[in-house]
Design a protein around this ligand. Structure first.
Ligand SMILES: Cc1cn([C@H]2C[C@H](O)[C@@H](COP(=O)(O)OP(=O)(O)O[C@H]3O[C@@H](C)C(=O)[C@@H](O)[C@H]3O)O2)c(=O)[nH]c1=O
Length: 185
């Protein structure tokens, strides 16, 4: 099997470990294969690929697009180390507001799948890091949204202290969950 799929307690979240063929040249691995993901119950179709580089202590997030442009994401880190997090914002979900975070790195080669309805973010733990991810809906700026990274209502335990965090102006101004007039998804 080219991939191991580990389903998490928050329904829909999956940690994917690709099989790397290592030899004296380096390694080769498949990072996505429709048939294997279908067999594992991940039926989403990916329509856009993204790549970002960030400095140490950057936090990007928490982001999600509103329905009907809500995005599932398959995230990995191809350089450095990030701590990646998904927050369940699916109204009516038994795990609503719960979050799960894990380290993704060029070393561990893990991938994190989050279905539509989750807010996503990550913190950069290495000097620089590059994240690459596939998404199931194209970028729709008018549907772009998010929640403040340190929303106490969610209570994410970020591995970076608050005074060191580098964050965009846009992300600093994202709303608190309790201020939303209507849910994103
Ligand atoms: C996300 C995105 C941004 N852009 C543009 C808009 C803007 O000018 C510039 C930077 O955008 P942002 O500041 O929103 O980039 P960034 O903060 O990296 O946004 C990303 O964060 C992570 C956590 C996610 O989960 C992604 O879905 C995405 O929201 O890139 C696109 O053209 N296409 C895209 O798909």
């Amino acid at each position: 099997m080219p991939f191991e799929f580990k389903r998490l307690a928050i329904e829909g979240l999956v940690v994917v470990k690709p099989h790397a063929f290592v030899d004296e040249r380096g390694f080769f691995m498949e990072t996505y294969k429709a048939s294997a993901f279908q067999t594992a119950g991940i039926h989403e179709i990916f329509v856009q690929d993204n790549h970002s580089r960030s400095r140490k202590n950057v936090i990007r997030g928490l982001h999600l697009q509103k329905n009907p442009y809500s995005q599932g994401k398959l995230v990995r880190c191809v350089a450095g180390v990030v701590w990646d997090v998904a927050v369940d914002l699916r109204v009516g979900s038994p795990t609503y507001k719960q979050w799960y975070g894990l380290e993704l790195s060029a070393e561990n080669r893990l991938m994190f799948f989050l279905p539509p309805g989750f807010a996503h973010g990550f913190a950069v733990l290495s000097d620089t890091a590059e994240s690459v991810y596939k998404v199931t809906a194209e970028y729709a700026p008018e549907s772009d949204g998010g929640i403040r990274w340190n929303d106490p209502d969610i209570g994410i335990k970020w591995p970076i202290s608050e005074d060191e965090v580098l964050i965009s102006e846009k992300d600093r101004g994202l709303p608190w969950l309790s201020d939303l007039e209507e849910p994103y998804v």
